[in-house]
Ligand binder design. Structure first.
Ligand code: ADP
Ligand code: MG
Ligand code: MG
Length: 248
C-alpha cells in the first residue's frame, strides 16, 4: 500500500526528515510515536503532499505509484486521507453538506457523476449509525463551537464517508481528552479492513490502550530509530523517551 524509501524532507534550510523507510500493507494499523519535535507531523504532511515541505531525497509510493508530482487533492483522490490538525470553521455549512460536497468533488475529479441523493443519504445514514453519530450533530455548522471530542467525531465521520485506502490520523499532542481518544479509537477499530491501512500518529501511549496497532515505530530526530509490535508502546509508556534519546 504505502512504501517510503530514504525520505528526506525539510522546510527552507532546515532538514526535518532524515531518511525515513516505512512499508505499510493493506489491513495493517501502524502507530508512529516519538517525542515532540521529532518530525511526526512533517511526515504526515509530506505523505499528504503539503507543498510547504520540500522533499530533497527518496520517495513515497502508494500502490506502486510515486506520489512526488501529485498535488494534495490528487493524492486525496487516490485514497490518501489526513485528519485535519486545524479544522476550519464554516458557519452556515452543515457537517452533512460539507461531506456531500467533498464526496461529489472527489467523484468529479475521477470523472464520475455526482452521487444520487438517495444513495448519499443511505451512505450518510449507514456511516453515522456505525459511528453512533446523532442527527443533530450532522446538521450543525462545520466545526463552529465544536469541542475537542466533536472535532474528532467529525474527522472520523469524514474518514468513514471517504473510505480512504490510507488514513493518517495525526493526533495533536494537546487537548485530547479521554472521550476524544475513545471516539478516534472506536472509529479506527470500526473502519479498519483488509482493504485499507491506517497510520496513527501519537505522542502518548494512551491512545494505544484502545487501538491495537500491528506495528509501532519510534520517530526521533527525523529517523525511525525503533520498530516493533504493540509491546513497544508499553515499553515507551513505562520508560518514556529518554532511553531512545540516549541511544541515538
Ligand atoms: P512532531 O509532530 O513530531 O512534534 P513536527 O513535524 O511538528 O514534529 O516538527 C519537527 C521539527 O520541524 C520541529 O523542530 C519543528 O519546529 C520543525 N518544523 C515543522 N514544521 C515547520 C515549519 N512549518 N516551519 C519551521 N519549522 C518547522
Ligand atoms: Mg509536535
Ligand atoms: Mg505533531
Amino acid at each position: 500500500m504505502l512504501s517510503i524509501k530514504n525520505l528526506h524532507a525539510g522546510i527552507e534550510d532546515k532538514d526535518i526528515l532524515k531518511g525515513i523507510n516505512l512499508e505499510v500493507k493493506a489491513g495493517e494499523v501502524h502507530a508512529i510515536m516519538g517525542p515532540n519535535g521529532s518530525g511526526k507531523s512533517t511526515l504526515s504532511a509530506v505523505i499528504a503532499g503539503n507543498e510547504n515541505y520540500e522533499v530533497t531525497e527518496g520517495s513515497v509510493e502508494l500502490n506502486g505509484e510515486d506520489l512526488a508530482d501529485l498535488a494534495p487533492e490528487e493524492r486525496a483522490h487516490k485514497g490518501v486521507f489526513l485528519s485535519f490538525q486545524y479544522p476550519v470553521e464554516i458557519p452556515g455549512v452543515s457537517v452533512t453538506n460539507f461531506m456531500k460536497t467533498a464526496i461529489n468533488e472527489s467523484r468529479k475529479a475521477k470523472g464520475q457523476e455526482e452521487m444520487p441523493a438517495n444513495e448519499m443519504l443511505k451512505l450518510i445514514r449507514e456511516k453515522s449509525e456505525l459511528l453512533e453519530i446523532d442527527r443533530k450533530f450532522l446538521s450543525r455548522s462545520l466545526n463552529e463551537g465544536f469541542s475537542g471530542g466533536e472535532k474528532k467525531r467529525n474527522e472520523i465521520f469524514q474518514m468513514a464517508m471517504l473510505e480512504p485506502k490510507l488514513a493518517i490520523l495525526d493526533e495533536t499532542d494537546s487537548g485530547l481528552d479521554i472521550d476524544a481518544l475513545r471516539i478516534v479509537a472506536n472509529g479506527v477499530n470500526k473502519l479498519k479492513s483488509e482493504n485499507n491501512a491506517i497510520i496513527v500518529i501519537t505522542h502518548y501511549q494512551r491512545l494505544l490502550d484502545y487501538i491495537v496497532p500491528d506495528f509501532v515505530h519510534v520517530l526521533y530526530n527525523g529517523r525511525i530509530v525503533k520498530s516493533g509490535g504493540k509491546e513497544l508502546a508499553y515499553e515507551l509508556e513505562e520508560k518514556g523517551y529518554d532511553w531512545i534519546k540516549a541511544e541515538n
